[in-house]
Design a protein around this ligand. Structure first.
Ligand code: NAD
Ligand code: 6OD
Length: 486
């Protein structure tokens, strides 16, 4: 039986309480292994290891030595690519085809992306005339914050965890990671890579467990954690913000979304269909940036709905390792129940089910898995819960619109503000509409096209703060002004 242990001070550590929980494969609900739940002793030990690593060789390294080490971590992830791939696909059920293009390459790239930013970003400097007729020079100096707690979700486990660990370490901090209880494997495996690459003990630590009354809450309450970076649901973000208020610790919150897709009649229809197939259904719809609300200009509405339906009908469901499979199960039985409850609600709220809406017949080997059908609805009222609440499943509602003003108002009519995707060949319209979107990221004629130097984050209830490029520097370092009287 596989065991997933905590990784503390460079060693794999069992739970002192003996508490473990199951890790199941959502493809067929088979048991992958048991996870050691961290309690108070493990969390305290992990934070203490991270704190003392700041005083050890890690704290004394030059920036270029650190960057070299992190480049080596990226290379080693790539050398052990297949192990990461298999671990990620077992935990999540996602097809190898997806994880080998998105999750694992980005998991490695996140350790390299920050090097250039660090090497090339200047700090400010000002010369000041002083009353004695002389002057002073002021300059900014950045130092690491210290121990950073990284709390991550299950939908893109390695990608979203390293997206924070990469820059945190590049800036000279140490980390304690609390991966999602659903997906412990790749964070655990990364511990081996850190040791192989010679990253000093205590720089990267992992504690397993749940949120409330478990490793997550213990970690965010620990006073030696100097900042908390979180990706997950908005309600959890609020809880973490409350925990961080004790001791005035800094937070970066990347939270939920209910993102609109806006399809104008002047779009390139092939591109819009191809893009919407991805934005609504890739990763079984479990991408925070995904589009669960699609608005299509009335003159092309019928064509768009029928072409998207045809695209969904062609999706191949099946075992992750099959190279032709492009659609896997949801992450867990619990999430399947949540998504199916929205499938039922959509019908109760008066939706027309264009395709899907249920559980697919997968055959005896897979029927116990967390499978649901990719689903398209039309016909819901704008105040329907299905249109306003984040489902985080492979589903979207499509609604016609008549004018640009109308679709801008509809797109912004949400408490969330993560992303918007706009399909038009008219560039003036594209920039005009994109500027009006109340979101952190607006894509035009593309979706989830990421340049890691750019700002990433959410507006409204989708988050607080921005990471990526120089924006990450703001969160992962303390900026001090040094004033020298000359
Ligand atoms: P979640 O909020 O349930 O859990 C995320 C992490 O927080 C997990 O590790 C969990 O154990 C931990 N946690 C839960 N309660 C906690 C507490 N009280 N204290 C400390 N830690 C706690 O989210 P999820 O279900 O894992 O992920 C799906 C959600 O994440 C969706 O809402 C999705 O939109 C969002 N998400 C956002 C982004 C983004 O970049 N904005 C990216 C991916 C996912
Ligand atoms: O690409 C990224 O850096 C990122 N944070 C993606 C988030 C995806 C949400 O599921």
């Amino acid at each position: 039986m596989k065991e997933f242990k905590n990784f503390i001070n460079g060693e794999y550590v069992s739970s002192a309480s003996g508490k473990t929980f199951e890790n199941r494969n959502p493809v067929n609900n088979s048991l992958i292994g048991m996870v050691h739940e961290a309690g108070e002793p493990e969390v305290v030990a992990a934070v203490a290891a991270a704190k003392s690593a700041m005083e050890g060789p890690w704290g004394k390294m030059t920036q270029s030595e650190r960057i070299k080490l992190l480049d080596r971590v990226a290379e080693r992830i790539n050398e052990r690519f297949d192990e990461f791939l298999i671990a990620e696909c077992k935990d999540t059920g996602k097809p190898h085809k997806i994880a080998s293009h998105i999750d694992i390459p980005r998991g490695a790239a996140n350790f390299k992306a920050f090097s250039d930013t660090l090497a090339n970003h200047p700090t400010e400097a000002f010369k000041l005339d002083t009353p004695d007729g002389k002057s002073a020079v002021n300059y900014g100096h950045r130092t690491p914050k210290g121990v950073i707690a990284v709390i991550s979700p299950w939908n893109l486990p390695l990608l979203l965890m390293t997206w924070k660990v990469g820059p945190a370490l590049a800036c000279g901090n140490t980390v304690v990671v609390k991966p999602s209880e659903e997906t412990p494997a790749t964070a655990t495996l990364l511990g081996e890579v850190m040791n192989e690459c010679g990253v000093p003990k205590g720089v990267y630590n992992v504690v397993h467990g749940f949120g409330p009354n478990s490793a997550g809450a213990l970690l965010t309450a620990n006073p030696d954690v100097r900042a908390i970076t979180f990706t997950g649901e908005t309600r959890t973000g609020e809880t973490i913000m409350r925990a961080a208020s004790v001791g005035l610790r800094n937070i970066s919150l990347e939270c939920g979304g209910k993102n609109p897709g806006l399809v104008f009649a002047d779009c390139d229809m092939d591109k819009a269909i191809e893009g919407t197939m991805r934005s609504a259904f890739v990763n079984c719809g479990q991408v925070c940036l995904g589009t669960e609300r699609i608005y299509v200009e009335r003159s092309i509405f019928e064509e768009f709905v029928s072409r998207l339906k045809a695209g969904v009908a062609k999706l191949k469901l099946g075992q992750p390792e099959d190279p032709n499979v492009d659609f896997g199960p949801l992450v867990s039985q619990k999430h399947k129940e949540k998504v199916l409850s929205y499938y039922r609600l959509a019908v109760e709220e008066g939706a027309t089910v264009v395709i899907g809406g249920g559980v697919p017949e997968m055959g005896a080997e897979l029927n116990a898995g967390a499978w649901v059908e990719p689903t398209i609805w039309t016909g819901l009222a704008d105040d329907a819960r299905v249109i306003n609440e984040e489902i985080f499943g492979p589903c979207c509602h499509i609604r016609p619109f008549d004018t640009e003003e109308e679709v801008i108002a509809l797109a912004n009519d949400t408490k969330y503000g993560l992303s918007a995707t706009i399909w038009t060949e008219n560039l003036s319209r594209a920039s005009r509409v994109a500027e009006k979107m109340e979101v952190g990221i607006a894509w035009v004629n593309s979706w989830f096209l990421r340049d890691l130097r750019t700002a990433f984050g959410g507006a409204k209830e989708s988050g607080i703060g921005r990471e990526g490029g120089t924006h990450g520097l703001e969160f992962y370092t303390e900026l001090k002004n040094i004033c020298i009287k000359l």
